[in-house]
Design a protein around this ligand. Sequence first.
Ligand code: ZN
Length: 317
Amino acid sequence: MTSNTIGRLHHITAIAADPAANLAFYQDVLGLRLVKKTVNFDDPGTYHLYYGDEVGSPGTILTFFPYVGAAQGRHGTGQAEEIAFAIPPAALGFWIDRLAAKGVAADQPTKRFGETVLAFRDPDGLLLELVTDSEAASLPGHAVGDVPAEHAIRGFRGITLWLGDVAPTARVLTEVLGYVAGPVDGARHRFTHPGGGIGSIVDLRAAPGFWAGAQGAGTIHHVAFRAADDGAQAASTRALAGQGLRVTPQQDRNYFRSTYFREPGGVLFEIATDDPGFAIDEPKESLGEKLMLPSRYEAHRAEIEAVLPKLGQKEEV
Ligand code: ZN
């Protein structure tokens, strides 16, 4: 197994309280494409919404379980916290103006390892960042709504975990997921994947003594890392077992195949295959328009559609 067959970010899944507000924010404000509208396979009365680039490429996929009326979560240790999106450096002014025009309160831009970070929150309080990434300008952008292609979010820059102790998590990143320890700035320890590009950074933020996070609306449920194929995923299971970590059997998520484990710092990690992707059950042109169900739930489509809330999409009117 080479270091590049596993380990960069595949997707990040978070919890929201209002599916229509979630869609309005990520599609209409941030310009991400809704690439799949399905249900939580373990709880089919709840949506699972997937946003990403044009086709939902690994490294661009942010997904939500919107539990209507979910209690607010609490940011704290043992959680993945800040989601960083990559934008071309020349897009920073566009985004500062756009967030202000849409009534999204952003912090003053700050510098982190030479890049500019614009931090803000989604409607549920999820911590988001737009990060200027010199490589992003060379990646194709896709226009969604009134966000032009040149300024579009290209995918994830990385993710920041808040941890009481960074060392055990660092071991998983470097010994199993292929990351290399990078610079340290105060409490922030950077780990970079040699594969480079989208989704190749994990920052561990040491916060000993800070209160523990609690799952709920506005918090991250899990972070998924890419496996090139089943073999790379199986190899990761063996390597994690060697560190004394328990990994679930592979589960078929229709669009990828997944294993899960809780890393030593308390964050739920997933290893997800790159294939088959989101075009497996609907055409690329109309991704995200219809409610897609795994075959075992098709017989119950009418009941499932009846309990799911409206999203405010055109085809519902
Ligand atoms: Zn997942």
